[in-house]
Write a protein that binds this ligand. Sequence first.
Ligand code: ZN
Length: 166
Amino acid sequence: MLIAQDKVVLIHYTLKNDAGEVLDSSSGGDALAYLHGQGNIIPGLEKALEGRQAGDKLNVKVDPAEGYGERDAKLQQQVPRRQFGGANVQPGMQFHAQTSQGHTRVVTVTRVVGDMVTVDGNHPLAGENLHFEVEIAEVRDATEEELAHGHVHGPGGHHHHGDHDH
Ligand code: ZN
């Protein structure tokens, strides 16, 4: 079965940056399961997997435009430490922040100087070239429930706890 729109795809992958450092890997764990054509994974990787099949191995280089986007300097801002409610704020910590549009965004603390905390709302991999080594483990049809939800259920996919709220 070839990878096409609305197929469930399970992949093992290793992600490295330009320097060859491993940023993420599925090795030693479940394969990553995603629903093809639904934007579950970054566009560059999804495009490269189109038309492939189980057993295929491929190396995929994804530039920022097809990955996590370019870094946006406007997403960096300084926030008074008191807004963190007494937390011992340290670089590397992540918080959920409300944007002016009312969306929730994960921000990473990049600097703490005196009472000012610099947070960065860019994805940690924004601006990076991504080098994936991928092995396709399985390709199957999606269930109706998976199609309705827009994501995969079961091993490597979403686990629902309690109510479905999406
Ligand atoms: Zn679901």
